[in-house]
Design a protein around this ligand. Structure first.
Ligand code: ATP
Ligand code: MG
Length: 423
């Protein structure tokens, strides 16, 4: 049996990087006052259709949607924002505190063409803020991404930002855009032609080279912003500058989901070929209300966990495997019986201990200790046990000492905690 196309196992050798990323990310988010939230992986299809938008790639062709046994239309979540907004409204979280800040980590599902950095089950680290309209929060979220990547030692990333306007100024922009699109109709793909009148902004996100060429002189949203949107975007930029975050204003960035208003951004890397976005985010001031909640500003981002892990691997930022402090070589049944109890107690005490239960020879077990890179080996033989003593061998210096059995665990714990502390 094999995994299905686009699905994969993340093996222990890879997990070390994943854990390092997760530890840094959650540490940073907690320091900035974010709380974890966990949401279901399945929701009603309608939730995603209404929030992400009926004419987006995700909703039109990428969702895993099925009818359950009673005929309800359900979907494996393609992203987290919609569910978190649903949860925010369902639990009336706005009634508890006008400002809520969440993070969420988990798998997402999109039926895309699998390739490196693009999977059908992939993971996102998601951050959302509700109740803050101020541009400082836009800057803060971009700053947080920048800070996380800095802590992880990543280089070669660039932040692209844009403003998509609001319901006040977007219609004016769309009218201008439509005029251009009408004149380029014969150069657009079928997808774009179909979406043109329903959702002209989508065409700016089309990946087809012909469409890209046709709209190369498309108007820019930032040239059509209303006063408020324009001021908002200026604060975002000046704040990022003050915080020393490198960014570039990118007029072509519109993002693939319909709910965005004002600031939208992507963090791009050059080290993954075509799949270059490691994170994307934006403001969604209309979404809470759209889904039935009170008027509430919202903003968030999602990091592509798989892609981030791949960038880290390429830059050789993988942490070293955990090492074994102590390997117990137990020779014979009586030794095994005693050693097994020490083995558990030492692990309980925080000494990373291993032993082998197969009854192998001294030579074979020394080999295994070497392979595990054990710092020390405890040799427990029948003869030694009779004399109430065991032998501790330092694998580095190759020196041996004899230790008394009755105080063994305390003795070893003291010795090894000291040597761990001195490095
Ligand atoms: P792309 O343009 O690469 O398709 P997207 O705009 O569809 O990305 P978002 O919905 O913004 O992606 O999701 C945020 C992040 O999640 C992306 O920047 C990317 O790193 C990651 N991501 C999206 N789709 C996939 C996928 N199929 N496999 C792996 N990572 C993904
Ligand atoms: Mg996509």
């Amino acid at each position: 049996m094999q995994t299905i196309r686009g699905f994969r196992d993340i093996l222990p050798e890879q997990i070390r990087i994943w854990q390092k990323i997760e530890t840094e990310a959650t540490g940073l988010f907690k320091a900035f006052g974010f709380e974890e939230i966990r949401i279901p992986v399945i929701e009603k299809t309608e939730l995603f259709a209404r929030s992400i938008g009926e004419t987006t790639d995700i909703v039109e062709k990428e969702m895993y949607t099925f009818a359950d046994r009673k005929g309800d239309k359900l979907t494996l979540r393609p992203e987290a924002t919609a569910s978190i907004v649903r949860s925010y409204i369902q639990h009336k979280m706005y009634a508890v505190d006008p400002v809520r800040k969440f993070y969420c980590i988990g798998p997402m599902f999109r039926r895309e063409r699998p390739q490196k950095g693009r999977y059908r089950q992939f993971y996102q680290i998601d951050v959302e803020v509700f109740g803050v309209a101020s541009a400082y929060i836009d800057s803060q979220l971009i700053f947080l991404l920048n800070e996380l990547f800095r802590r992880l030692g990543l280089t070669g990333l660039s932040a692209h930002i844009n403003s998509l306007g609001c319901p006040e100024c977007r219609p004016g922009f769309q009218t201008t855009l439509l005029t251009l699109l009408e004149s380029k109709k014969d150069q657009l793909c079928g997808n774009c032609l179909r979406r043109m009148n329903k959702n002209p902004l989508r065409i700016l996100d089309c990946k087809s080279p012909e469409c890209k060429a046709a709209i190369s002189d498309a108007p820019a949203t930032i040239d059509h912003l209303c006063r408020e949107c324009s001021d908002h975007f200026k604060i975002v930029q000046s704040t990022l500058e003050k915080q020393g975050v490198d960014f570039k204003v990118d007029n072509t960035l519109v993002r693939g989901l319909d709910y965005y208003t004002r600031t939208a951004w992507e963090i791009l890397t050059t080290s993954l070929g075509a799949q270059s976005a490691v994170a994307g985010g934006g403001r969604y001031d209309g979404l809470v209300q759209e889904l039935g909640g009170p008027e509430t500003p919202g903003i968030g981002f999602a990091i592509g966990f798989d892609r981030l892990a791949e960038v880290m691997e390429q830059l050789e930022k993988a942490p070293d495997p955990d090492t074994v402090d102590l390997f117990i070589i137990a020779l014979g049944e009586a030794a095994m019986e005693k050693s097994y109890l020490w083995y558990s107690e030492l692990n309980q005490a925080g000494i990373r201990t291993e032993m082998d239960f197969r009854g192998k020879s001294m030579k074979a077990l020394m080999k295994r200790a070497d392979k595990l890179n054990a710092a020390q080996v405890l040799i427990v033989g029948e003869n030694e046990l009779e004399r109430n003593a065991v032998v501790l061998r330092d694998m580095g210096t190759k020196t041996q000492v004899s230790l008394a059995v009755d105080t063994l665990v305390e003795n070893l714990t003291r010795k090894m905690t000291q040597s761990n502390e001195t490095g």
